[in-house]
Ligand binder design. Structure first.
Ligand code: SF4
Ligand code: SF4
Length: 474
């Protein structure tokens, strides 16, 4: 069946031509109220993104995601592999929050908060406008042969883009390996850390590729979040939308003609000037309705508002609105679906806060040495050998730490260390210990024992382990 003409846009994406080639988008430079707000939000978020790895709270990096050593700092709180459940729970809360936000406000995250959009539209694109000029000039430059002007402009753009990509790669590395290590590597000289230098150059190349060439394709083709819009959005979601009722009226859109009575002719307020299409960084026509390519960047709202102002019509032909709002003038309502998400979000956030409060400063693990059974000693004493690991999750040293057997009468002996020791801040104390218990106090071949970890006389953590003894044939 042949696609109706007004549905043809659904058969392709705005950035790929009919013969499958890349349709390069030259968006007009946006301007207007929303663009100004977005600039302010971007400056704020860029500062957070660029400086977070270099801010310390209680000596901890503000944000760090050291996947290699599996150490994470979130808002200055260190998280260890042992806290992985908290990390998973935080990620689940983040996903539900984004889902809720998307159901209510569409892809607002993409336009205002996503680092890809912020870097692309507020950093790289603005440099491009500065070097190559606005849409028309960029299109002319792209078409013209490689003369002195083109070489100069493209060369300058390449150098600046590559430099910024290098800076982003460094910041990215500071998130991954910590800013302290990054600074140490820089002061040592990059050649002393060749593998890190190679990683840095690979990251730089990836960022350059994304922002200089791949661009809006990240949002259109690669980003899974964009693909989820189809299932998350409904007619009540608020998105960047064209008011087709007002724009098309009875006889459809029509070019503007001075002194023409559009109302009498039945034409809508859209004057088919194509400015909303020209300004769109993903190359779509928002008048076709909500599309997966739309990143809700608001550039078309600003542009259409300028046009409406210039022809003395009310602004808001393109605006934040839901389909229901446009069709039935229905106000925004919290739907049952949103209430469900809010309830789940509240429960999970409560759970996370509770778990954070219950999280111990020191985490202890005591495990029997693999392959070892038990030793039968004089006086009916049974001995087991264990390994222990104490993780100090705080930013303070924990001194005078000792371990005692709590569940049975018996002896706990640390190997190669004194009875009390220190666990330095954010470090792990490991070692081996023996536990000796009289066989008459054991209840069989497998006994659950409880061990207390003390700081001085204060019990700060408990843990359990399995203690093996001879089989009982009672
Ligand atoms: S900018 Fe506004 S008036 Fe111009 S084509 Fe787009 S919707 Fe119509
Ligand atoms: S349609 Fe409008 S809001 Fe959506 S990406 Fe294009 S310019 Fe931005």
């Amino acid at each position: 069946m042949e696609t109706p003409e007004n549905e043809i846009f659904r058969d392709s994406i705005g950035t790929i031509t009919e013969d499958g080639k890349r349709a390069w988008v030259f968006p007009k430079k946006p301007s207007g109220k929303f663009y100004n707000y977005r600039k302010l939000v971007s400056y704020f978020l860029l500062s957070i993104l660029l400086f977070s790895p270099f801010i310390k709270i209680n000596g901890n990096q503000f944000l760090m995601f050291n996947v290699l050593e599996r150490r994470f700092n979130i808002f200055g709180f260190p998280f260890w592999p042992q806290d992985f459940y908290l990390f998973v729970l935080s990620m689940l809360i983040f996903v539900i929050f984004i889902t809720l936000f998307t159901v209510a406000f569409g892809r607002i995250f993409c336009g205002w908060i996503c680092p890809q959009t912020i870097f692309m539209e507020m950093v790289f694109r603005r440099i491009e406008y500065w070097i190559e000029g606005d849409r028309g000039k960029q299109m002319r430059l792209a078409k013209q042969p490689w003369n002195a002007e083109k070489i100069k402009k493209r060369g300058l753009k390449f150098i600046i883009f590559a430099f910024i990509s290098f800076i982003i790669a460094n910041v990215f590395l500071a998130y991954l390996i910590s800013s302290d290590k990054l600074i140490a590597y820089i002061t040592d000289g990059p050649t002393s850390h060749l593998s890190t230098l190679v990683s840095l150059l690979i990251f730089t190349a990836v960022f350059y590729f994304v922002f200089a060439w791949f661009r809006e394709q990240v949002c259109v083709i690669a980003c899974p979040y964009g693909r989820l819009q189809g299932v998350l959005l409904d007619t009540k979601s608020i998105v960047v939308a064209y008011d087709h009722k007002r724009g098309e009226a009875e006889s459809g859109r029509k070019k503007f003609r001075k002194h023409e009575d559009r109302e009498a002719l039945g034409h809508g307020d859209c004057i088919d000037c194509m400015q909303c299409v020209n300004v769109c960084p993903t190359g779509i026509d928002i008048r076709n309705g909500t599309q997966l390519e739309c990143v809700n960047c608001t550039a078309c709202i600003d542009e259409c508002d300028h046009i409406m102002e210039s022809i003395n019509l009310p602004k808001g032909l393109i605006r934040y609105a839901s389909e229901e709002n446009i069709d039935e003038k229905a106000p925004f309502k919290i739907t049952a679906r949103m209430k469900g998400y809010i309830a789940v979000l509240a429960i999970m956030t409560g759970l996370l806060i509770g778990m954070l409060f219950l999280r111990n400063d020191l985490e202890a693990t005591v495990l029997r040495l693999p392959g070892q059974l038990y030793e039968h000693k004089d006086n009916n004493i049974i001995s087991n050998v264990f390994t222990y690991k104490l993780v100090n999750k705080t930013s303070n040293n924990i001194d005078n730490v000792s371990m005692k057997l709590m569940s049975h009468k018996g002896i706990l002996k640390l190997v190669a260390t004194s009875d009390s020791f220190n666990v330095p801040k954010q470090e792990i104390a490991k070692g081996t210990l023996f536990i000796e218990i009289n066989n008459s106090d054991l209840s069989g071949d497998r006994n659950k024992i409880k061990i207390g970890i003390y700081q001085g006389d204060e019990l700060i953590e408990t843990t359990t382990a399995n203690f093996l003894g001879p089989r009982s044939f009672k």
